[in-house]
Design a protein around this ligand. Sequence first.
Ligand SMILES: Cc1cc2nc3c(=O)[nH]c(=O)nc-3n(C[C@H](O)[C@H](O)[C@H](O)COP(=O)(O)O)c2cc1C
Length: 335
Amino acid sequence: MSDTVKIGRVEIKRTAALAPMAGVADRAYRLMCKRFGAAYTVSEMVSAKGICYSDRKTAELCTVTDAERPMAVQLFGSEPDFMAEAVKIVLEYKPDIIDINMGCPVPKVVGTGAGSALMKDVKLAADITEAAVRAAGDVPVTAKIRSGWSAETVNAVEMAKALEAAGAAAIAVHGRTRDQFYSGRADYGVIYDVKQAVSIPVIGNGDVTDANSCMRMYWETCCDLVMVGRGSYGNPFIFEELEATNEGRVYVKPSVEERMRVMLEHIRLMLELSPKSEEMAMHEARKHAAWYMNGFYGSAKFRGRCYQLSSYSEAESLANEFIELQNSRMNKNNL
Ligand SMILES: Cc1cc2nc3c(=O)[nH]c(=O)nc-3n(C[C@H](O)[C@H](O)[C@H](O)COP(=O)(O)O)c2cc1C
């Protein structure tokens, strides 16, 4: 397996890309993950119609900074004309890739016929892709799909073939049906089936949380690239870990001091990039702080305290306390 994969004209270095996650993977998050080796990043999903009606917040979601590249801007919509128009507008932000969301399960999106509702209308999904491809010129268009709408209607293979024929440059497959939302286990067999059926790159997605699950995804699906979502919560280090393992290097997990240093850096970045007041921006940073402290001794209590943070200096004090607790626990265990 070569260490790069080509999506259209864009060369991507393995091992794992960061999945789009609305409300989580904002610019600060993407920058942190990129720093630790994310192969590429994807914007939070943006409404194609919203862009056409020049919604300001929407435009902000489409901006691409060099440090996030290669980066895809992800659009959702259910009308080929709006999609084509939106792609033309998004091109002004110079994304490396345009991605179409065909997997979002939330009723607000599905109710408009977009997101995973497209899994039920392969012809429309192909028409939307074709319109986007035509509008995008030499910028590659990808699609992110699910295994199907329901267990009874798994159709990722049919969908992937239709999207390839419509000009998609790669397909990301989340191995769950829409009905599953995020429950159960991702089905890697479907991803394998898609990989056998198309000749464009296939990106495997679902439940990759560490080196073992990443290698399982590569081995069981033969996918070209892995995409990580929730496994990166409070854990941008995962990209470094996956890259090291893929290259046969020994990976040493970050110390608690390093983890807290990165958490504070992440929070600083969020505050810097947010137009909101420190207090308001800290509200958004709370969940991230809690994630960085997950899985450690006493973390339930600390996580609760994260949800009360209202300033950076409070986050700093909490991080110091967290480090002290972990170190004192380690010293006690060594005695
Ligand atoms: C909070 C959250 C937001 C998400 N937002 C998007 C989105 O905007 N676009 C999209 O295609 N998928 C979105 N997803 C789905 C993820 O990209 C991914 O497919 C899913 O989480 C499975 O991968 P994982 O097991 O690695 O998390 C979202 C998932 C979560 C948990």
